[in-house]
Design a protein around this ligand. Structure first.
Ligand code: NAD
Length: 509
């Protein structure tokens, strides 16, 4: 493993020491004054407190969002005018991308170059949905001369947005941009491990001209603030990204209210590499796929299935690359893997590494890197010969840990790929395109990349199947989620209604 040594812990200038909620256009503390501590993952020292929202804080935020929805002007603002605000938001995000990346890296431990890419992606999300809402068309169904039926699209109301700690700012933008584009008002509940970058939205939105009360933010613990948002009768929709177990909990809590739900959940995605593949490209992609974003990536290709005839050589090359991945100070632009988000998560990943040692053959990494005695570091870890029954094959680790497993033929590859509860992403590498499409289509996953690295066109559906999610976002699907399609039926010409109560004489008039 290549090393970068932090000369000293990098602390961004002007770092806030207290993070508040943002309700009805103003920052505020919790009604009860509760706070929680926020750590940075390099020193695990508390650098700030954040207001810990409870039901009464969520009440206030939802009330503000409801007012902004019912009194306007946002839900009835013309799409072009909404798009202008969204584009200004994108400009403001872009203008401070370096600062955003610095704060995100400090709070999450993500390598700075990758955090910068995520900040730019956040701006792109706003631009994309600005364009989409202006170009939005709705269906009309005509029965010539007799009837016109058309779709009147309306924003649903107050959307509750609950987000995880991996790439927090970008994932928040992924929900905020379509919700606002659609004309909804929102209450965002960011992850408690990483509330720092979310605190920048309030100023960005205010400066961009988003009306007061349209955006509200409540910080807090999931079981308190998050649960209160889900249980609140005033939130018509919940868009959630996080763990599958939390998703199940939210599903149960939302049921009595019959809320609209969008669930982006966990993954354990397969990479299937056939012996005829461009093995150099497959190696680059499969190494990046699990070690980028510290392995804290929902679409990580964490199970690498390799055809037996090239397996041994591939394992050797893979392990060598993993050993050479640069682990260290997240603020150093040379760093490829930084510090995991939180000591609890760090411990969890290290536990999986220990489990892996009893289930597979350790060929790289295997614990904390020697040169980094403090902070939440894990050496990029690779296990070979991992059987499908292994926990490290079945369970989402969400860290820099890869499991490699050989397969004989296409049928076995597909069976192994599908032998988990998850179905978020899949990756296939082969030069035989007929087989490539066949396998891509046989993989039970919401998204598959064929001979391709994980790059998404924002128009395409995003989401998982099986335990990886419910519903798809992306492109017009996101707008569909945040809007209601009301059908309006109009009779043209004479209305032919059976004349109940008109008696025999009047019936046939
Ligand atoms: P998490 O489920 O622990 O938390 C996610 C959010 O839910 C947080 O804001 C948390 O406070 C909140 N929450 C927790 N309990 C809640 C409850 N009972 N009611 C309401 N809200 C509650 O997930 P995490 O650990 O922050 O994130 C990692 C997980 O997210 C991984 O499983 C990863 O695969 C998944 N993820 C999925 C996608 C995707 O698009 N499919 C994208 C990113 C991350």
């Amino acid at each position: 493993m290549t090393q970068t040594q932090p000369a000293s812990r990098h602390v961004p200038e002007g770092l806030p020491t207290h993070l508040q909620h943002f309700v009805d256009g103003a920052p505020r503390d919790s009604v009860g004054g509760a706070t929680f501590e926020v750590l940075d993952p390099v020193s695990n020292r508390t650098y700030a407190t954040a207001s810990a929202g409870r039901a009464e804080d969520v009440d206030a935020a939802v009330a503000a969002a409801r007012r902004a929805f019912s009194e306007g002007p946002w839900p009835t603002t013309a799409p072009r005018a909404r798009a202008r605000v969204l584009n200004r938001i994108a400009d403001l995000v872009e203008a401070q991308d370096a600062r955003l990346a610095e704060l995100e890296t400090f709070d999450t431990g993500l390598p700075i170059t990758q955090a910068l890419g995520q900040a730019q992606r956040a701006a792109e999300n706003f631009r994309f949905f600005a364009d989409l809402i202006v170009g939005q068309t709705d269906d009309a169904y005509k029965v010539p001369g007799r009837q016109l039926n058309y779709v009147n699209r309306k924003p649903v109301g107050v959307a509750g947005l609950i987000t995880p700690w991996n790439t927090p700012f970008m994932l928040e933008s992924w929900k905020l941009a379509p919700a606002l584009a659609a004309g909804c008002t929102v209450v965002l509940k960011p992850a408690e491990f990483t509330p720092l970058s979310a605190s920048l939205w309030a100023q960005i939105f205010t400066e961009a001209g988003l009306p007061q009360g349209v955006f509200n933010l409540v910080n807090g613990i999931g079981e308190e603030a998050g649960a209160a948002l889900v249980a609140h009768p005033g939130t018509r929709l919940i868009s959630f990204t996080g763990e599958t177990t939390t998703g199940r909990e939210i599903f149960r809590a939302a049921a009595p209210h019959l809320k609209g739900l969008s669930m982006e959940l966990g993954g354990k995605s397969p990479v299937v590499i056939f012996d005829d593949a461009d093995l150099d490209a497959a190696l680059d992609s499969s190494v990046f796929g699990v070690f980028s974003l510290n392995g804290e990536r929902c679409t990580a290709g964490s199970r690498i299935l390799v055809q037996r005839s090239v397996y041994d050589e591939f394992v050797e090359r893979y392990a060598e690359r993993a050993r050479n991945v640069v682990v260290g100070d997240p603020h150093d632009p040379r760093t490829e893997v930084g510090a995991l988000v939180h000591p609890e998560h760090h411990e969890r990943v290290l536990r999986y590494v220990e489990i892996g040692k009893t289930e597979g053959r350790l060929v790289a990494g295997g614990g904390r890197p020697e040169h980094l005695p403090e902070g939440n570091y894990v050496a990029p870890t690779v296990f070979a010969d991992v059987p499908p029954t292994a926990r490290i094959f079945q369970e989402e680790i969400f860290g820099p840990v890869a499991a490699l497993t050989p397969f004989e033929d296409e049928a076995e590859a597909v069976a192994l790929a599908n032998d988990v509860q998850y179905g978020l992403a899949g990756y296939v590498w082969t030069r035989d395109l007929t087989r490539g499409h066949r396998v891509a289509q046989a993989i039970e996953a919401g998204m598959v990349w064929l001979n391709s690295h994980n790059v998404r066109d924002l128009r395409t559906p995003f989401g998982g199947v099986k335990a990886s999610g419910l519903g798809h976002e992306g492109g017009h699907r996101s707008i569909d989620f945040y809007t209601e399609e009301q059908a309006v039926h109009v009779t043209l010409g004479e209305v032919h209604t059976p004349r109940f109560g008109a008696g025999p004489a009047g019936r046939n008039r």
